[in-house]
Design a protein around this ligand. Sequence first.
Ligand code: SF4
Length: 286
Amino acid sequence: MTEKSTEDLLDELEQNVAKALYEETVDETDETRLARSYSFTALSTAVRCPREYVCRYVIGLPDSLGGTREDDSTGTASGKGGEEPLSIREGRLFHTVVEHKWPVSTDASEWKQHASKLATARGWGDALPRVERLIDSFLASPVSSWDIDPDRVEVRFSFDFYGRTIAGHIDAIPLDSTEAYVVLDHKTGTHNPNREQLLLYVLATHLDDKLNMASPATKAAFLRVDNADEFTLDWLEIPNEEAAVEEAKATLKERIKAAEGATLDDPSPGPHCASCAYRGICDAAE
Ligand code: SF4
């Protein structure tokens, strides 16, 4: 066998591997499209930039392609690879403590002890001082006295919507002092109010029977943290429940349409490129 024919064989092998990888990607793409399961975050991405949506949710490209990505729970940019930024670790630690402790205790020292154990286990000691401040602030807010069932924190939902599955999670659905269910979304990072997000969550309480709620949520709010780490409620105005549900359904339809029509050839650059995981490979990035 000559040196030339060896090179030819290697070329052929390389081409075959590339072809196999391509076909595998196409198969995954088709399966993902057929699955037709959407989260609010995925649908928001499709509206913001179709190319980013296809990269992440259709092809499933990894985040390690340059740039940063936006964290689902805090709305804060996270770095590629390596350890997450402190603000994200603080947010995650606080979320976990609220999930575990809110339904069972209002004792700040118990919450802080739990936070300390979790921080030690995760090697997140530097996140503890702020999380302890957040615990004090949360327990001083009126929200902490609302009735919360253990099944109503970090609530997973999924419901069928015109043959698609809409899935996601709601931070908490407590009963407020008027005995009304409130859909709550915690914002411990950059506050990015999104009326549509809360409306979708209210819709989920109407359409997901598995949530086993005596009645759907009639109120919704962002529980956000200000610069002094104090909690305040940003209420979503729902003057007419029926109209709100119809608005949520119409928005959902539009977003699904955007997701199902998204292609790689349709980049939508803007300030959001700064937090896009694919800016390193995108020729339209701003
Ligand atoms: S860099 Fe900007 S234009 Fe490119 S995929 Fe990301 S968000 Fe879209």
